[in-house]
Design a protein around this ligand. Structure first.
Ligand SMILES: [Zn+2]
Length: 303
C-alpha cells in the first residue's frame, strides 16, 4: 500500500510517552460483577478490535453514566504537545490513514446518506490512558468511544497483530483503523445509540451478543467501503493489500480467537462474528463501495 501521499489528519491526539493516564488501570467497568477472570481474559483478547469499550456493551447505561463524560483536564503545554504531528513511522502512518478516511468519508457520506461527516479524533497512547468510556488499556486493543467520539489506539498493537496473530502488512493495519472509523460512521448515522438501547432491552446475553455481531460486521463492511472509494481515487492498493485485509479479518474472527484462547468456539457468545463473516462483510463493502450495502441488520436473516 502506498500511503505516503495521503494527507495527514490534524485530528490526532498524541499521548504517547505520557505514561499513567490519571490512574485507575483496573479493567474498565470492574464493577460489572459476576465476570470471572476467564471471561475477562477472553473479553480482553476478543476486545482487540472491539471498537466499543466492552464495558459499555456489558454494563449498559449504568456504566456509561459512571465512567463517561469525564473529560480529562490538561494544561496548555500538554495540549499543544499532543497536537503536534507525529514524526515516527507508526504515528505518521496512523495520521495518514486517518486523514484518508476523512477525505473519503467527508465526500461519500453526504453523497450516499445525506449526512455530513464530522471527523473523529484518534488518540495515540502507550500502555494506558483515560477515555470518555473509562480507562483505556493497551490489552483491550483499539476501540471507539461513542461518549467522547474518539478512537483509542496503542500502536504497539500492530506488533501484537504480527506476533500473536501472524498478521502483518500496512494494509492490515489500515483496516484496523478503518474499522474503528467505521464505528464512528455508525455513530454519526445514529446507529450506535439505537443498538445500545436495544442491547439494554435484550432479554438474553445471546440476543445482546447477536446485536454486537451486527455492529462489528457493519464496521468491517464500512472499512471495505472506505478501501474501495480510497482506491478508486488514490490508487494506493493492489490485490495483495486486499489479501492482507482478508487475512486480518480472518485472524480476528470470534471462532478463531476463541479456539485460540479456550480450545473451542461458542457461536452464541460471539460478539464480532466468525472469520468467514468478517471477511465476507469486508468484501461486501469493498465490492460495492456503498454505505447502504452494509446493512447487516437487514441481512440478519440471511446471516
Ligand atoms: Zn469493532
Amino acid at each position: 500500500m502506498r500511503w505516503d501521499d495521503f494527507r495527514s489528519s490534524d485530528n490526532i491526539e498524541d499521548r504517547r510517552g505520557e505514561g499513567g493516564g490519571g490512574g485507575g488501570f483496573g479493567f474498565p467497568g470492574g464493577g460489572a460483577g459476576g465476570l470471572g477472570i476467564g471471561t475477562i481474559v477472553v473479553l480482553l483478547i476478543i476486545g482487540w478490535v472491539t471498537g466499543i469499550n466492552p464495558a459499555i456493551l456489558i454494563g449498559g447505561a449504568q456504566q456509561i453514566g459512571r465512567g463517561g463524560q469525564q473529560e480529562e483536564r490538561v494544561d496548555p503545554q500538554t495540549q499543544q504537545r499532543r497536537r503536534q504531528q507525529p514524526t515516527d513511522d507508526a504515528g505518521r502512518f496512523a495520521a495518514k490513514i486517518l486523514g484518508n478516511t476523512e477525505d473519503v468519508w467527508s465526500q461519500i457520506l453526504p453523497n450516499q446518506t445525506g449526512k455530513q461527516y464530522t471527523p473523529t479524533t484518534m488518540v495515540l497512547y502507550t500502555g494506558g490512558t483515560r477515555s470518555g468510556c473509562g480507562s483505556a488499556q493497551a490489552a483491550m486493543g483499539p476501540f471507539y468511544c461513542p461518549l467522547d467520539k474518539k478512537v483509542y489506539l496503542d500502536v504497539s498493537f500492530f506488533n501484537e497483530m504480527k506476533t500473536k496473530f501472524g498478521v502483518k502488512g500496512d494494509f492490515a493495519y489500515a483496516y484496523v483503523i478503518a474499522h474503528e472509523v467505521g464505528h464512528h460512521i455508525q455513530d454519526v448515522l445514529g446507529i450506535l445509540p439505537r443498538v445500545q438501547q436495544r442491547q439494554q432491552q435484550a432479554s438474553s446475553k445471546r440476543e445482546a451478543n447477536a446485536l454486537s455481531v451486527r455492529v462489528e460486521l457493519m464496521a468491517d463492511c464500512l472499512a471495505g467501503v472506505w478501501a474501495k472509494n480510497s482506491n478508486d481515487k488514490w490508487n494506493a492498493m493492489d490485490q495483495s493489500d486486499i489479501d492482507e485485509a482478508l487475512r486480518a479479518a480472518s485472524a480476528i474472527g470470534d471462532d478463531k480467537l476463541q479456539e485460540q484462547s479456550q480450545g473451542y468456539a461458542v457461536p452464541d457468545s460471539f460478539t464480532h462474528g466468525s472469520s468467514e463473516q468478517r471477511m465476507r462483510w469486508f468484501m461486501t463493502g469493498y465490492k460495492s463501495g456503498q454505505t447502504r450495502s452494509c446493512d447487516t441488520f437487514r441481512a440478519a436473516g440471511a446471516n
